[in-house]
Design a protein around this ligand. Structure first.
Ligand code: VG1
Ligand code: CO
Length: 542
């Protein structure tokens, strides 16, 4: 039986950089989830009778919301829901299923790298038919609808057993519970030379993969240990837990410090990697060297031809604006286009769909390719392994040779988390107002060449996205970027991206924070970070 339930709108259901993210108790308010899901169905074009992909990163409240979405999909005329067993699907795996089974879209339940648990974060994201996060046109429409919604439809059904694969009928709709790993692992096997990778492990290559008690555990076990023969125990923290074991599933040097310490230690394996809550990010650490995500993107692009899927070369490379220009130098050498987009994977979708780019990446530990429409943590790890297998050199040697050839983009991001929203707004507005007068002036001995607020013109659909980050470009090619996070769930997070290019190989061995010290000081002079926020240092440095 289908019920139509009267409801009143919430005013805060505006999707951010990657879907709607809030604290769990916010989602637990009566009608909150239902309103948002109905808003999605209300704005989508014809989907009646078609397939919806559904899954999440397994965090607290995942199963409850899966149940609600199934009941609402049945009431709204969806033909079939394909849901990962246990309600689990990594974000890249969901993207793949949407494409493979020609679904009209997918609903992914995740707050990615944010902590989970009853007081932690939760999130809902809609992905479109191409497998990618809905573009702003759709998320704006969902938000507009959520502010007017007066009722939603839900079917009264017996709960579906999510722990048993197979097909059940739910009213006029079919629910298929699928193995979340198999199709994705097959996709990886189609892109990379698994025989060559197996040989690498046979020769004694040691890796450590930390799934951080998040969604990639079962995927990593299957791919690295079962299919590629990495030693048992190569994957760590591989049981997905609803609260990620009380940790923060963010693969960076703060939250994956244990991995970093191991990789810097005397008995370090050859290669270390980790992924985030929903499996779309990657952290890469070699023996004795951390690879910044911006460098990793450049290296993956420069060496991609070692993998069968990219043997014929890349169509182009895209990076988010705050990501370092290391990839630009690679694109230049390869003679392919380089596209600079706003932060968030949704902006890569059009470029990938139009065949303009093959590899994309963000400074926030995201890299991916045209194989899906999301960033993909395990894909990045597999491409790294492919490069290591083909070149037979260490991560450190490969990175240092890359710098010697292209120069090094020293790069760091400083995050000021949970500052007061008014303070963050005042800081950004103050600097934005001064941007037009900055060109030609000096700060800390550095001459400012230009300053602006990044506007993106999508070359495919012509859409415009404004206010995507304040940029200060210096005459020597250095750069500062400031923007506010669109994924946080309490207060505001200020992100400062700092970059300096160093062509001279004799100066490639500096400590990153030392190499950037002047620029870091310049950022404070320009934006008054300490003055506005009362903080003397960032909460997280990556
Ligand atoms: C952050 C990152 C951005 C990334 C987004 C989603 O957004 O900076 O590059 O695409 O998270 O990643 P923001 O607006 O907080 O800076 V994920 O792995 O959380 O889905
Ligand atoms: Co993520």
């Amino acid at each position: 039986m289908i019920r139509t339930v009267a409801t009143t709108p919430f005013t805060d259901q505006k999707p951010g950089t990657s879907g709607l993210r809030k604290k769990v108790p916010v989602f637990q308010q009566p009608h909150y989830v239902e309103n948002f899901i109905q808003s999605i169905f209300d704005v989508l074009p014809a989907f009646k009778g078609r397939t919806l992909i559904l899954g999440g990163d397994g965090r607290y409240y995942n199963r409850e919301v899966i149940g609600k979405v199934i009941a609402m999909a049945a009431a709204n005329g969806v033909g079939k829901v394909m849901v990962g067993k246990g309600g689990i699907l990594s974000t890249p795996a969901a993207s793949h299923l949407i494409r493979k089974y020609k679904a009209f879209g997918g609903i992914i339940l995740s707050a990615s790298h944010n902590p989970g648990g009853p007081k932690g974060d939760f999130g809902i994201k809609y992905n479109a038919e191409n497998g990618g996060p809905a573009p702003e046109k759709i998320t704006d429409a969902i938000y507009a609808r959520s502010r007017k919604i007066g009722e939603y439809k839900i079917a009264e059904i017996a709960p579906v057993d999510l722990d048993r694969t197979g097909t059940v009928e739910v009213g006029a709709m079919v629910v298929e519970v699928v193995d979340p790993v198999c199709d994705y692992a097959d996709l990886m096997e189609s892109l990379f030379d698994f025989t060559a990778l197996r040989r690498l492990f046979e020769k004694g290559f040691r890796m450590r993969f930390d799934a951080m008690h998040a969604v990639t555990g079962p995927y990593a076990k299957e791919i690295f240990e079962n299919r590629l023969g990495a030693a048992e125990g190569s994957c760590r923290n591989f049981h997905p837990l609803p609260d990620f074991g009380g940790h923060h599933p963010d693969p960076n040097l703060v939250h994956a410090k244990h991995l970093y310490d191991e990789m810097m230690g005397p008995d370090a394996p050859d290669f270390g990697a980790a992924s985030d809550g929903d499996g779309d990010r990657n952290l890469i650490i070699g023996k004795g060297i951390f690879v910044t995500p911006s460098d990793s993107l450049a290296l993956l692009a420069a060496n991609a031809r070692v993998a069968p899927a990219y043997m014929t070369g890349l169509a182009g490379i895209a990076r988010s604006m705050p990501t370092s220009a290391a990839a630009d130098r690679v694109a230049h050498k390869l003679g392919v286009g380089l596209y600079e987009t706003p932060t968030g994977w949704k902006f890569f979708g059009n470029l990938l769909d139009a065949g303009l780019v093959t590899i994309c990446g963000e400074e926030s530990a995201g890299a991916g390719s045209s194989h899906v429409r999301e960033k993909d943590g395990l894909w990045a790890v597999l491409l790294w392994l492919s490069i290591l297998a083909a070149r037979g050199e260490s991560v450190k040697d490969i990175v240092e040779k890359h710098w010697a050839e292209f120069g090094r983009n020293y790069y760091s991001r400083h995050d000021y988390e949970e500052i007061k929203t008014e303070q963050a707004t005042r800081l950004m507005e103050g600097l934005r107002a001064r941007l037009p007068s900055l060109a030609g002036t000096q700060v800390r001995g550095l001459i400012i060449q230009s300053a602006d607020d990044f506007t993106y013109h999508d070359p495919v659909d012509g859409s415009l996205s404004e206010q995507q980050g304040l940029r200060i470009l210096f005459q020597d090619g250095s750069r500062l970027v400031l923007r506010l996070s669109g994924t946080g769930t309490s207060g505001a997070t200020l992100r400062i991206y700092i970059e300096r290019y160093e062509p001279d190989p004799a100066r490639h061995g500096l400590e990153t924070q030392d190499a950037l010290a002047e620029l870091i000081a310049a950022a404070d002079d320009l934006a008054g970070i300490a003055r506005h926020t009362g903080r003397n240092q960032p909460s997280v440095i990556t």
